[in-house]
Design a protein around this ligand. Sequence first.
Ligand SMILES: [Ca+2]
Ligand SMILES: [Ca+2]
Length: 218
Amino acid sequence: MTSGLFIYFFLALHLKSMHRYSVVAADVNEDVKIEVLFLPENCTQKSGKGDLVNAHYDGYLAKDGSKFYCSRSVKDGHPQWFVVGVGQVLKGLDVGMLGMCPGEKRKLTVPPSLAFGAKGKAPVPPNATVIFEVELYSVSRGPRSLEAFKEMDLDQDKSLTEEEIRTYLKSQDLKNTGKTKEENFYDGVVKDVLLRNDADRDGTLSVKEYNVYGHDEL
Ligand SMILES: [Ca+2]
Ligand SMILES: [Ca+2]
């Protein structure tokens, strides 16, 4: 994942209500079999192509059920961030994770052509159908915006502290799901955001660090 994505996350959340659209996964690709294991009562927004999502996913071989990947056991077990539908992840995940609600769990059965192909990729053997169990935590969309930075920058000193980022993330969760997550969830996200974007390592994000795609007007 590139460093820009984390930043993208913030404003994407900010603009989500302005860009509501839905994608029915079954319409996108018939080859990924999608089974919904859990659907939350309230679905604030569904994932669409180009959205930044935060998810855990486990991969299994269809033939014997053996697990070949577990996002809970890599990168300190933090849920993975990626943009869905644009080729950052396996095609099967790209199409199988569209139209998904935060909190939703799915089982995706992915044919080899949309997974690791004829060659496979160790430990996945050639021509393997794989199964992913996916749990989606959040969906965010929209371009990064100056408005989002300003909204996060509570004391308007043109830099974002850990606390300002944490407060923003919590407020978004509260708005989207009516509750906040456990503190250690935010610890992990804030740590990652700074690790990836705090270029001068002063513990805060400047407008420039935040604006990795550049906004000349700042
Ligand atoms: Ca500030
Ligand atoms: Ca900094």
